[in-house]
Ligand binder design. Sequence first.
Ligand SMILES: Cc1cc2nc3c(=O)[nH]c(=O)nc-3n(C[C@H](O)[C@H](O)[C@H](O)COP(=O)(O)OP(=O)(O)OC[C@H]3O[C@@H](n4cnc5c(N)ncnc54)[C@H](O)[C@@H]3O)c2cc1C
Length: 378
Amino acid sequence: MDLTFSDAEEAFRTECRSWLEANVPESPLPSGDTREGFAAHLEWERALFGARLAVVSWPTEYGGRGASLWEWLIFEEEYYRVGAPQRVTQNGIFLLAPSLFEFGTQDQRNRYLLPMAAGTETWCQGWSEPDAGSDLAGIQSRATRDEAAGGWRLSGQKTWTTRGAFCTHLFGLFRSDPDAERHRGLTYFLVPLDAAGITVRGFGRLDGDEGFAEVFFDDTLVVDDAVLGEVHQGWSVAMATAGSERGLTLRSPGRFLATARRLVDLWREHGADPLLADEVTRAVIDAEAYQLQTLAAVTRLARGEQPGADASLTKVFWSELDVRLHELAVRILGPDAERADEAWAKGYQFALAGPVYAGTNEIQRNVIAERVLGLPRR
Ligand SMILES: Cc1cc2nc3c(=O)[nH]c(=O)nc-3n(C[C@H](O)[C@H](O)[C@H](O)COP(=O)(O)OP(=O)(O)OC[C@H]3O[C@@H](n4cnc5c(N)ncnc54)[C@H](O)[C@@H]3O)c2cc1C
């Protein structure tokens, strides 16, 4: 592995750094998991799009620059280094878009990618249901073909839909063949949330923000072109989307390197307790190890290898690293942490959700055992 960046890559880094330093909002935006904060974040993301920095690795016709994965990693590093706002467009840009590039028709790419990059259409993820979380193949929401209307009728309920109350669109899995084996009878749909028969009900998270929604479908008609990939083959499309969530795109190393640097600053500001020095050092080393591991993964992708079940290893690593970084910060801040530093306290609460969302870490460990290590199921 060659860890030196080319002159062109360094020039790209300089461009990103100067634009971000000049444009990142001076004071933190309100939480993107509130209606007001979501709108403020979208305004920021539209400025990013104006600078052609919203989706650097996408082709130019969809608002990108055709940047390499290395350049994308450089952008991410610079983004988190300056403390830029969280990306409320992430479910579309980081999760759905890679699947649209892989499975979408040309018409679907033309229809959805540019508004997604520009932040004029925003996407939420409709997997979980009241009785289907870890056991995703157990979903009950139905898609029934309506020949007369020339489309599909959707019915059922999704839950835990992040920012569902604020988004314009949902991508999700529906059972299209109730007689097929569980994983086979599912279809992946792209649904406008203003379609007739859809009710979206936002609800609060542990921290009080309206970050979640329940989405109800009551005989909602969607057109044939709302199907991503093949009818009844939604499971493999969904697994590609989940691979992006667990693996490369959702949590780039820049995020953890920046948190580790903030942790070192916090430790110094609070008297550099020598009893915590080893743990702070370990946190920095782990963030750097994650960066190296990601560079290795990108090298494999650049050679044409497909990301596979090892995305589960990545997910376990970044989610547990995030918990360790924040737990340490809370210990440094002491018993008054929650009042002393809202950013760390909120970050800590959210870090605790990392081992749950994107598929729980228990499930990831099952995947690693069976599909990476080849251990028997029982
Ligand atoms: C912050 C956050 C954001 C989320 N955003 C979204 C979203 O946008 N869209 C969406 O669709 N969902 C979302 N989710 C839901 C998330 O995908 C589910 O919470 C997750 O898949 C677990 O499902 P569950 O909550 O039903 O738990 P369950 O599946 O009921 O699991 C309960 C516990 O049992 C364990 N368990 C279950 N089965 C096994 C097994 N076979 N082996 C070992 N242990 C097992 C689990 O690991 C867990 O600890 C979000 C969740 C969180 C926390």
